[in-house]
Design a protein around this ligand. Structure first.
Ligand code: SF4
Length: 368
């Protein structure tokens, strides 16, 4: 079996409190549930030894939920279980609540091999943070980042959300200005999307209107560019350190997901875990393969790769799918170029900024 270069994602489902917009798989932190989850996770890791042993992991990502709610002892135990598979990892990211970050915590994660930190700020507006039910704020995020930098941990991402209820361009500008002052190499900027299972979704809270949403996106991108950030993916901007782990998703590489809230892709087949935490805690740690047609896989590949500013190389696609991308799509490529979504030649295409802004429309024109 070939050694496969890929990423390892571990989903930690616990959060200190539940944010109003959040629809992820997460539960309120609980000591007893955490112990049960550790047992189930160990069971999953043990049952997948063969597959884990065949992977050449160059990235690790602990996300959630909130991995920083784990105690350092728990984190150390988990990293011990994974250690046999992690010796080739170049980038190891951990998501954290800014309130959990102090010198001791940073020291601990550095000892465990983490070299990248991802922190959610979302907004710096006090009322918006209160409405979102978030405990962190600009000051705690700034403090966390300063502690990390003081220990030499500089590869840091900050998450932002635009289009929050009650937003104005002035508030958005103030948030962006403060974020620039943090001087981190990576910023993720997402439009608020309200799923019906979130607290806001259930209460029929609405984001700002479409026009303001679009203006906030455009303005946000412009400010980021002015401050030296390059847009390398629809919602992701960096000065010089893109997320190597997320690039695995966007390149549609295989990746392994562990933990009930994760999905993965192994030998080009996507898999999921059981939908709820309780069955997982009771030992249902199996991977459930997702049925997909070749067309589904091909379309997913195109959808993920065209999220990137990086050139989409037709030869790579042709080798993966034994197909001829240019032959298959050349008429539609021409239309997409006329609409301003892409530039292309016989060997590849590059998304324009406009194409990234409305990738959904581009995909409809290309694939439907
Ligand atoms: S947004 Fe993040 S921190 Fe908030 S509840 Fe969801 S997973 Fe937890």
């Amino acid at each position: 079996m070939p050694i496969r270069k890929t990423g390892l994602y571990l989903h930690v489902p616990f959060c200190r409190n539940i944010c109003a917009y959040c629809d992820f798989k997460r539960v309120v932190n609980d000591d007893r549930l955490r112990l049960m989850w550790m047992d189930a996770l160990k069971q999953e890791i043990d049952s997948k030894q063969d597959i884990l042993g065949q992977c050449y992991f160059d990235t690790l990502y602990l996300g959630g939920g909130t991995p920083s709610v784990l105690t350092m002892d728990e984190l150390t135990i988990i990293m011990g279980w994974l250690k046999p598979y992690l010796f080739t990892v170049k980038e190891a990211t951990i998501e954290a609540n800014s309130e959990d970050i102090d010198d001791q915590w940073i020291d601990g994660i550095l000892r465990l091999g983490f070299n990248r930190l991802s922190i959610g700020l979302e907004s710096d507006d006090f009322n918006q943070l209160m409405a979102m039910r978030r405990k962190s704020n600009y000051q705690t995020v700034k403090h966390g980042i300063n502690r990390a930098k003081a220990h030499g941990l500089t590869n840091i991402n900050v998450d932002l959300i635009y289009g929050l209820p009650d937003s104005t361009m002035e508030k958005w500008q103030a948030t962006m200005k403060h974020v620039m002052d943090l001087d981190v190499p990576h910023i993720s900027m997402y439009a608020l999307s309200l799923e019906e299972n979130s607290i806001w979704g259930k209460n029929h809270v609405k984001p700002v209107d479409d026009e303001l949403m679009a203006d906030m996106m455009k303005q946000g991108i412009q400010w980021l560019h002015q401050c030296g950030y390059t847009r390398y993916e629809i919602s992701n901007f960096t000065k010089n350190q893109p997320s190597l782990h997320n690039l695995h998703y966007w390149h549609y590489d295989d990746f392994i997901g562990l933990g009930y809230g994760s999905s993965g892709k192994w030998l080009n087949h996507r898999y999921d875990h059981c939908d709820h935490l309780m069955p997982y805690l009771k030992g249902n740690v199996e991977w459930m393969m997702i049925e997909e047609t070749l067309d589904d896989i091909r379309n997913d590949y195109i959808m993920m790769n065209t999220r990137l500013k990086q050139r989409f190389d037709f030869k790579v696609y042709n080798d993966v799918f034994h197909d001829d991308f240019y032959q298959r799509y050349h008429t539609r490529l021409k239309q997409c170029k006329i609409k301003g979504y892409i530039d292309y030649d016989r060997d590849g295409l590059t998304m324009t900024d406009y194409g990234l802004d409305c990738q959904f429309s581009f995909l409809s024109d290309l694939l439907d």
